[in-house]
Design a protein around this ligand. Structure first.
Ligand code: GAR
Length: 203
């Protein structure tokens, strides 16, 4: 069976991207990353992709007069590369319906908190500062509202006495690197069915 063609959108270091590339290369998931797109020219995610021989594109938001036009450029690249799933991996931009409408139920995101708790850009720090005893990460389908779509999978870890944002983030990230490829593989194998807010996994 042909592997699912994945397009990854990333703004930062790209460790989640790396975990997807690595598991794909080892044949652990039925998916391959065919293009990596970033809104940041110097995102290390782009270097990681290049190193693995994957096509990279920097789509400079400054060149477009609106978010929609910026997204149109991204959609064009995703379509040209025949992408069947879009993975947000540390992509720090809210999507509009331009992108979401073109890839309905085909965009997923990883968030470093147990949603619906602690959405936003500081999930780990927010959980720590709130005094949560359990933290973790969530893979979910993307909807217009930030960090709000149907949940595919979650992993939980305890918050330890003496944890800092750095130590907690590091342990959450270790979970992210396992959870995201698994969720992608389930999608690739057609095992995810969305029913309202719930995602049924037909394993
Ligand atoms: C990850 O922790 C990811 O969950 C988070 O950004 C980090 C990216 O790391 N995403 C969000 O906070 C989205 N709201 P990476 O570039 O090393 O994969």
């Amino acid at each position: 069976m042909a592997k699912l063609r994945v397009g990854v959108l990333a703004s930062g270091g790209g460790t989640n991207l790396q975990s997807i590339i690595d598991t794909s290369k080892k044949g652990e998931i039925e998916a391959e990353v065919v293009v990596v797109i970033s809104d940041k020219k110097d995102a290390f995610a782009l270097e990681r992709a290049k190193k693995s021989g994957i096509k990279t594109v920097f789509v400079d938001p400054k060149l477009y007069s609106s978010r929609e036009l910026h997204e149109n450029a991204i959609v064009k690249i995703l379509e040209e590369n025949k992408v069947g799933l879009v993975c947000l991996a540390g992509y720090m931009r809210l999507l509009t319906d331009h992108l979401i409408g073109k890839f309905e139920n085909k965009i997923i995101n990883i968030h470093p908190a147990l949603l619906p708790s602690f959405p936003g850009t500081h999930g780990q720090a927010d959980a720590l500062n709130y005094g949560a005893k359990v933290a973790g990460c969530t893979v979910h389908f993307v909807e217009l509202e930030m960090d709000a779509g149907p949940i595919i999978a979650q992993a939980a870890i305890p918050v330890l006495e003496g944890d800092t944002v750095e130590s907690l983030s590091k342990r959450i990230l270790e979970q992210e690197h396992k959870l995201y490829p698994k969720a992608i593989d389930l999608f690739a194998k057609g095992k995810l069915k969305i029913k309202g807010r719930r995602v049924k996994i037909n394993d």
